[in-house]
Design a protein around this ligand. Structure first.
Ligand code: SF4
Length: 407
């Protein structure tokens, strides 16, 4: 198979794209036959959706021999941008029509993003200290699902990790998922899966679009995959979610709606700019809710008087911790109100919008009612915005309030 065989691409950019596809085919021909079972780890984002639809077309068109078994695992965080969630549903319907086995993978109820924050009180993630979410809501559930579908066997796990030209230039894979243009979780699969308990030593990973340029991903999703000859996939909506024709300039990073780690909501803004998704405008209020949950007035802190079992002082004896029950309840109502407002504005033809369904809401209310806290906290600690009369430093030194305010 050479670039010339793909008659559609004649010059310039199209030729580059045909070369990209050709390299993808070569990688699948080189590594695929060693494995009977292929598992596609699909996040619903642009890169892994391009990987899934291209792979299926390559198999259907005979350019790549079909494996004995193919399983598609969709990582659903429950926090996806609605156009991506809708596209994922439609793609799964297409997979069903093609008799391709697929499964939706979610974290256990209490471990999901909002139940973990509002039910258990763990603050929303940030870039510095509390980056718990990617592993918990994406990587671990995917690893568990792969281990389950593997049974006693082995598999080639196909991911949408993409590094563009740098993949070829640098011959290395970055593990960061915080860059613009990346999907959250990119790199994590590559790094985490082969080492993870349950699948260690039994899977190989392949990222057949590693070398693809971002413009080729748009081109595939927007113009090629929807064509009958390439499989008639409903992928335009994904390209649109990343900013449509201006996607390359916008270069939006996607992941959860209002991801607390992203400075700007480029993907949400791109979606809101499209008239058919303008009803999602209330989602712009989510970021402020997450910001408030990290504020000292919404949290408790260690008093500083606490000593560890061996009598030593903890590293940060007045560290801020979980979210108060009151702040959690208030945020729950605000998020439900945002969701209800979106659904009130939603055109009838659009599916109901849900980032917090009845089961998750009930779970959160139950955990709050049961006075649930993360390990090593019990809710008796002072609020983080309260004045503490004694300051304890990590070397054990204490500074007492010198103005008699202790009483
Ligand atoms: S998109 Fe943001 S909030 Fe969601 S898992 Fe990734 S880093 Fe966490």
């Amino acid at each position: 198979m050479t670039a010339r065989d793909l008659s559609l691409f004649e010059t310039g950019a199209r030729l580059q794209m045909s070369e990209s596809i050709d390299l993808t085919i070569q990688s699948l021909l080189a590594y695929g036959p060693e494995h009977d079972h292929w598992v596609v780890a699909w996040s619903g984002g642009k890169d892994s959706s391009a990987t899934l639809t291209l792979l299926t077309w390559l198999i259907d068109s005979g350019k790549v021999p079909a494996p004995q078994r193919l399983t598609v695992l969709y990582a659903d965080t429950r926090q996806e941008l609605p156009p991506l969630a809708v596209a994922a549903q439609e793609i799964m319907e297409c997979l069903t029509e093609r008799n391709i086995a697929h499964r939706t993978v979610r974290a256990p109820l209490e471990q999901r993003f909002l139940p973990y924050i509002l039910g258990r009180g763990v603050p929303p993630p940030n870039n510095n200290t509390l980056r718990w979410c990617t592993r918990q809501i994406k990587v671990d559930p995917m690893t568990a699902a792969i281990a389950e579908v593997l049974g006693d066997g082995t598999a080639l796990v196909i991911t949408g990790v993409r590094q563009g030209e740098s993949a070829i230039r640098d011959r290395r894979i970055e593990m960061s998922c915080s860059k613009d243009g990346a999907e959250c979780g990119q790199g994590w699969y590559q790094q985490a899966l082969p080492e993870s308990k349950g699948v260690r030593g039994r899977i190989a990973t392949l990222a057949p679009l590693l070398h693809w340029r971002v413009c080729h991903v748009w081109e595939w999703l927007r113009y090629w995959a929807p064509k009958q000859e390439f499989g008639e996939w409903p992928t335009e909506i994904i390209a649109d979610a990343y900013g449509g024709d201006e996607a390359e300039e916008i270069n939006a990073r996607t992941g959860c709606i209002a991801c607390p780690l992203a400075q700007e909501e480029k993907a949400l803004q791109a979606v809101l700019a499209m008239p058919r998704w303008a009803w999602l405008e209330p989602l712009t209020g989510l970021k402020a809710v997450y910001r408030e949950l990290r504020a000292p007035r919404s949290r408790i802190r260690k008093s500083g008087a606490e000593r560890l079992k061996d009598g030593s002082i903890a590293k940060n004896p007045q560290r801020m911790g979980p979210i108060t029950l009151e702040a959690r309840s208030a945020a729950l109502e605000q998020i439900l109100a945002i969701q209800a407002e979106c659904n009130r504005l939603r055109p009838l033809a659009m599916p109901e919008f849900s980032i917090l369904d009845a089961e998750e809401e009930a779970c959160i209310r139950r955990l709050i009612a049961a006075n649930t806290w993360p390990e090593k906290w019990d809710g008796t600690e002072p609020r983080a915005d309260q004045f503490l009369p004694i300051t304890v430093y990590s070397n054990g030194a204490e500074q007492h309030d010198m103005f008699g305010l202790e009483e």
